[in-house]
Design a protein around this ligand. Structure first.
Ligand code: MN
Length: 333
């Protein structure tokens, strides 16, 4: 018989980690830094607990997160490659199998237990049968850090770097309102454990494609101030969107200058795909809850950062979004 790792907190999630073996860690398509950083950290925790574990994402590690390749073995699922043997699939930073793209039907058909570790609102109502969800946590990586404590395992450096990446990505390097005592205490502890903050910053932000400045100018030129200047909206048509994708342009670059403007309360970036789907990402300042706006389109996220996919092309998505935002402002003001 296997000896079970000792853990101090007995939730169904902790018991699952202790009792089962063969974990497949995955996350949403186009994984962000929180998702990937949390995967690195959970990978090393499960290894320390003596478990078989693999990270298999719907997409390969893209720029700028390719620097994580030497911190954990990342793989991604091509349509016909077999998945490693697993009993438990853990979704990180999301809670719906549909977010895992082409992996979703394979995970569903596997019969494996679906577990969720996430900090999005309502994630306990997703596809996970065993969940570790705390919407008050600034990042999914912070939840994985708590698991290390609960199991009495100390963080190896790659895991500390993963948690740090999660924290800085989801707090905007400690500028957003989710920056709290836990995040700052944790950051200090991680730097104490050897994390080089400036190296991580440089890896993410100092290796951009040379066309990035010109593309940023193009995107900013297209911004519209609507609803009395409260909504800043940037429509990115499919041709421009394709070009941005080719240079791995981070549309978050467009958000900050617009969110800085006096009077702007919501920034919305609308990215049109060739199939007519428009991906909307919203950031708020002040009292507006963009998660609520996103949820009216079937999307989700957090109060100050949320997204959704709207079918039907740019003109329809633009009109629908402005109308929902108008209603949201009317409800607050
Ligand atoms: Mn996150």
């Amino acid at each position: 018989m296997r000896t079970r790792p000792f853990h101090t907190l007995h939730t169904p999630f902790h018991d699952l980690l202790a009792a089962r073996d063969g974990f497949l860690l995955t996350g949403h398509e186009n994984p962000d830094g929180d998702c990937l950083g949390a995967q690195v950290a959970l990978f090393h925790l499960l290894q320390a607990l003596g478990k078989r574990v693999a990270i298999v994402n719907p997409d390969p590690l893209g720029h700028p997160f390719d620097f994580l390749a030497d911190k954990a073995p990342f793989s991604f699922a091509k349509a016909d490659t077999p998945l490693p043997q697993f009993e438990v699939a853990v979704l990180l930073d999301c809670s719906q199998l549909s977010r895992t793209g082409a992996l979703a039907p394979r995970l569903r058909a596997s019969g494996a237990t679906i577990a969720v570790i996430d900090h999005h609102i309502g994630s306990e109502k997703g596809d996970g049968t065993v969940c570790y969800v705390d919407p008050k946590a600034a990042a999914t990586g912070a939840l994985v850090r708590r698991l290390y404590r609960d199991f009495g395992v100390s963080l190896p450096l790659p895991a500390a770097e993963g948690v740090f990446l999660s924290l800085v990505m989801d707090t905007g390097w400690f500028r957003y309102s989710n920056t709290d005592v836990e995040t700052l205490t944790l950051a200090a502890e991680l730097v104490g454990a050897g994390v080089d903050a400036s190296r991580i910053y440089d890896a993410i932000y100092r290796r951009m494609h040379p066309e990035t400045a010109a593309m940023l100018a193009t995107c900013l030129t297209r911004h519209e101030l609507l609803l009395g200047g409260k909504l800043a909206l940037v429509p990115i048509d499919k041709v421009l969107n394709e070009r941005l994708a080719q240079i791995a342009f981070d549309t978050d670059l467009v958000i900050d200058p617009l969110r800085s403007l006096l009077g702007v309360e919501v920034v919305a970036i609308l990215k049109e795909r060739f199939d007519g789907t428009v991906k909307v990402s919203m950031r708020a300042k002040g009292d507006i809850d963009v998660q609520r706006i996103a949820s009216t389109f079937g999307g989700g996220g957090h109060k100050k950062a949320a997204g959704a996919a709207i079918p039907g092309g740019m003109a329809a998505a633009h009109a629908a979004l402005v109308e929902r935002a108008r209603l949201a402002f009317a409800a607050v003001h």
